[in-house]
Design a binder for this molecule. Sequence first.
Ligand code: AP5
Ligand code: MG
Length: 221
Amino acid sequence: MKVVVLLGAPGAGKGTQAPLLSGRLGIPVVATGDLFRAAVRDGTPLGLEARRFMDAGQLVPDQITVRLLLDRLARPDAEAGVILDGFPRTGMQAKALDEALADRGAVVCAAVLVDVAAEELVRRMSGRWVCRAAGHPYHEVSSPPRVEGTCDLDGSELYQRTDDRPETIRARLAQQLGALDDVLEHYRTSRVLRTVDGLQPIQDVADAVAAAVNGAGACAD
Ligand code: AP5
Ligand code: MG
């Protein structure tokens, strides 16, 4: 089982890069933010609980998030491996993932940080539009869709996330960057952390992410 973790601050480009890497590696993307947004849209009890935290720019508590992720990893399409976007976000989540993978004889073979400066994060999130069907991200200046308001990949409508309002963007950056440091430290210790410059054009970032994964010995099989 090949497990690659994409790390980065809110708005760094994880959701842009994850499908590109998925196309190269042939394994699916699992994005906890997308799973939570689907639960919110469906009005499930989990969605109602998660929404309170998401709208406040806070992380959803570890217990809820870990259960959601492990249920998703148990599905058959995750057997050969996954690209994780937005998980783990805390040291506790990183440990829980390691333990669950150890039960299957697997490890995180690469954790790739898409590194982007804070001012640019605000610009990226405030101009972002995502599609209803699959959350594919666009940017009104740097990455517009071919037809305004419509996803290039699946034709669904584009909308702006409620947590991309200026005050929520500020809250997300203020409240989540500290936890990201703990996750970086976790993967530095296990020697699978790689960093790519996320300020490059999207395709160049994609090439750097792929090179980082291919260069990680544990990802080869
Ligand atoms: P989540 O959906 O994961 O949001 P996030 O981490 O805040 O990250 P974003 O999706 O905002 O950014 P991204 O890195 O995917 O950037 P994107 O590719 O879209 O989580 C949402 C919420 O759910 C959290 O706040 C939390 O409440 C909860 N949650 C989720 N997971 C959790 C967990 N594990 N634990 C606890 N709570 C959790 O790109 C951004 C913009 O930039 C786009 O417009 C894009 O077009 C543009 N762009 C991308 N790359 C480039 C480039 N190279 N050059 C120019 N523009 C670019
Ligand atoms: Mg995302």
